[in-house]
Design a protein around this ligand. Structure first.
Ligand code: FES
Ligand code: FE
Length: 345
């Protein structure tokens, strides 16, 4: 596997209810086809390939808390050990005939997988409102985007597109200015603080106002923000599954401590509309992988978030879904700018 920090992170792959007990699903994560299956009380994620003749185990069935291969019926228990070989009933499979699995967990209604054994995986990012009964919560997505998860996340952190892509929803072309905001980086990740912009109707009251966004990312493909408007606090916890270098799925948990009388269908429709506005823009970005070298695209003073995001990805050793400046590409502008031109405080 690629030596890249995304392989240590946890990624959402499916909603928990999409995998009831004793069922099997095929999933894709970081370019790998995996089989995800659930016994009565455990979820296992393995490479989707039988060690016998390499057919996809996701075509199999669950029986007696074991996964049965569809080709010759070998049975593998929850730990990956082969426990039955129907064609040779008197032969005891040796302990080495076992599939190694990856870490799985259910959190926030989603199934998460890390392509590491449990002990070596990082932490699943926190979602503090999950346990807070003052917040009404609903899950939006999954959204399919034909681009790198890193491009998708960078768009989530970019507020200067609101007046253009989301005009009338999240911004107003006549008031496009993004006030200077703070970007902080520490061992907990990246924070963007005090991102102030004008919105035509920030909280469903129909009254325009300046709102404040504060963002936090603890790993490259999971972020959350809070939006503070006159009516209260809204947060979005956004988790992206990198299917492969050019395809992603995203889920958004929205939580709000106001607007109890607004029907959930209306809130969901708003969010779906906003994401549908983003998708064609992100899918049109070329290359689909994110260029980490800052000289490969032009950056503006209001792009502090994405400049810092790219620098942070580089520091973390992210190699999956990124493009380097020795890849062939046409010349787009006259003079390249280097990392030194974008020193952030
Ligand atoms: Fe799976 Fe033979 S290929 S049992
Ligand atoms: Fe957007």
């Amino acid at each position: 596997m690629v030596n890249c920090s995304l392989f240590r992170d946890w990624h959402p792959v499916l909603e928990a209810e999409e995998l009831p007990p004793e069922t099997v699903r095929s999933i894709r994560l970081l370019g790998w086809d995996l089989v995800l299956w659930r016994s009565r009380d455990r979820i296992s994620a393995w490479v989707d390939r039988c060690p016998h003749r390499s057919v996809k185990l996701s075509g199999g069935t669950v029986r007696n808390n074991s996964l049965v291969c569809p080709y010759h019926g070998l049975q593998f228990d929850e730990t990956g050990r082969c426990v039955e070989v129907p064609g040779c009933p008197d032969w005891r499979p040796p302990p080495q005939l076992a599939i190694s699995g990856y870490a799985t967990a259910v959190r926030y209604g989603l199934i998460w997988v890390s392509l590491q054994p449990e002990a070596e995986a990082s932490q699943i990012p926190e979602f503090p409102e999950w346990e807070d009964s003052q917040y009404r919560k609903f899950l939006c997505g999954k959204y399919r985007v034909r681009s790198s998860g890193l491009r998708v996340m960078e768009n989530f952190l970019d507020v200067s597109h609101f007046p253009f892509v989301h005009e009338g929803f999240l911004g107003d072309r006549t008031r496009p200015e993004v006030e200077p905001y703070e970007v902080n980086l520490d061992e907990r990740g990246i924070s963007l603080n005090n991102v102030r912009i004008w919105q035509p109707d920030p909280d469903g009251t129909g009254i325009g106002a300046k709102v404040t966004y504060n963002y936090h990312l603890s790993q490259p493909l999971v972020a959350s923000f809070e939006k503070l408007s006159p009516s209260g606090r809204l947060t979005i916890f956004f988790a992206i599954c990198p299917l492969d270098i050019e395809n992603s799925l995203g889920w958004m948990w929205i939580s709000m401590n106001y607007g109890e009388d607004i029907p959930e269908a209306e809130l969901r429709e708003f969010q779906d509309t906003v994401v549908r506005q983003d998708i064609p823009i992100v899918e049109s970005q070329q290359p689909k992988q994110l260029p980490l070298d800052l000289s490969m695209e032009v950056h503006l003073p209001c792009d502090r978030s994405s400049i810092r995001y790219r620098q942070w990805l580089k520091q973390r050793g992210v190699r999956f879904g990124v493009v380097s400046n020795d890849s062939p590409s046409p010349k787009v502008w006259e003079k390249g700018l280097g990392d030194d031109d974008f020193k952030t405080p």
